[in-house]
Design a protein around this ligand. Sequence first.
Ligand SMILES: N[C@@H](CCC(=O)N[C@@H](CS)C(=O)NCC(=O)O)C(=O)O
Length: 261
Amino acid sequence: MLALYHFPDAICAMKVRIALAEKGLEWESRVVEPRALRSPEYLAINPNGVVPALIHNGSVLIESRIISEYLEDAYPEPHLMPADALGRHRVRLWSKQIDDSLHANIFVLSFIISMRDMFLAMPDHIRDKALPGHHDPIKLERSREMLEKGFESRFAKLALARFQHVMADMETSLANEPWLAGSQYTLADADYTPYLSRLTNLGLSALWQDKPHVTAWFERVKARPSFKQGILDWFTPEDNARFAANIEKAASHIRQWALAA
Ligand SMILES: N[C@@H](CCC(=O)N[C@@H](CS)C(=O)NCC(=O)O)C(=O)O
């Protein structure tokens, strides 16, 4: 009844895998290899050539944020949205920031720390086609700049500053309540979990080390079974080795970035 097109380390797919786990839903996994994302077969499923895409009773749903809300509508129990209008608005305000800018900013940090070496190792003609952003000229230009400059790219500091800002907002909100939108675990918590997981795997957990409420919140979400089911269970030993290498690579730059941001 439910099938998800995804790949293990796709942050947007993690959001949906966590929502599926929180709701206790069974689903079929359809892993899309990176080179198949722009194939005619996959573009017929998701014309944007990205994951995730959810199939439910034969209908195709795209865009992680609204896939999760769709799951909430189709399978209301257990609730991942507050019952009151103000609470629902709070969830959407958190999640909107991801689509508005956090996703673009995590791409910058992921590219520089984790993906750049792989692109540098490709022959020119393959790299030109594979570089992210072929549907989005500004993203492509940013990818080219980051490919050339790596840690010296001006986008690194800007992305880091964006995450410093959202960490401060989270700290303020979580000082008063256990979950991002209030007293109840919601889709806002599900949506932000993969971002802190990714930042950890990029060696950037220093972003919240002086933020006790964010730190405690992250421990709480990691203790939920959905963290293992939606994120950890999908990582291979190679992924974990890559994360260890990222952490080492980022370590020497953290101080310089933090001072500059
Ligand atoms: N707004 C979309 C973004 C989807 C997206 O950027 N997916 C990434 C993984 S998180 C992807 O498939 N990237 C592969 C690529 O662009 O080559 C959503 O939330 O579903």
